[in-house]
Design a protein around this ligand. Structure first.
Ligand code: S3P
Length: 177
């Protein structure tokens, strides 16, 4: 049985909000990989991309996953690109149930078109096309990595409760701790 929950999924899927809610409901510690990376780099993500490049960001991300995988009783909100490196998923899976928050493209699009700032990968003159391209590339990676997939098709769903139900049904996390 695993002691951690890792949330994966595309930018705008709600990993942070859901991760915090899960942590509260299940009495887990909450970690956000992006925040850990920013702390380690001493600067915000757009600056890391701009000054050091995406490869440097991905290296920091892999380091952060390595550190966080040692935690117990944790809800971990991962950045959308965590699935790009297989070692990240391998490390997360050692002690975490991996939950894929699959928000339908309409929801992703709406959220990111309105508030995609601070996300360097969306810096494009044609943000809509960029989002569609990235979604198409990433979808199979999220699907492969997921232990449990939760599809978000409306705004008012209580995702954290839905996840807890699935976790209990699958008997994959230790709720006693
Ligand atoms: C990224 C997603 C971002 C952040 C970085 C790269 C990605 O996190 O890690 O901008 O590659 O999809 P969120 O998914 O929390 O926005």
């Amino acid at each position: 049985m695993k002691g951690n929950i890792a949330l994966i999924g595309f930018m705008g899927a709600g990993k942070t909000v859901v991760g915090k809610a899960l942590a509260e409901k299940l009495h887990l510690k909450f970690f956000e990989l992006d925040t850990i990376i920013e702390r380690k780099a001493g600067k915000p993500i757009p600056e890391i991309f701009r000054e050091d490049g995406e490869t440097a960001f991905r290296n920091l991300e892999t380091e952060a996953v390595k550190d966080i995988s040692k935690q117990e009783n944790a809800a971990i909100a991962c950045g959308g690109g965590v699935v790009l490196n297989k070692i990240n998923i391998k490390r997360l899976r050692q002690n975490a149930v991996i939950i894929y928050l699959e928000a339908i493209p309409e929801i992703i699009m709406k959220r990111l078109m309105n508030s995609g700032d601070g996300r360097p990968l969306l810096d494009s003159a044609d943000r809509e096309t960029r989002i569609k391209e990235l979604l198409a590339q990433r979808k199979p990676l999220y699907e492969q990595a997921a232990d449990i997939t939760i599809t978000i098709d409306k705004y008012d769903m209580n995702i954290a409760d839905l996840i807890i139900k699935e976790l209990k049904a699958s008997d994959s996390i230790d709720f006693q701790k």
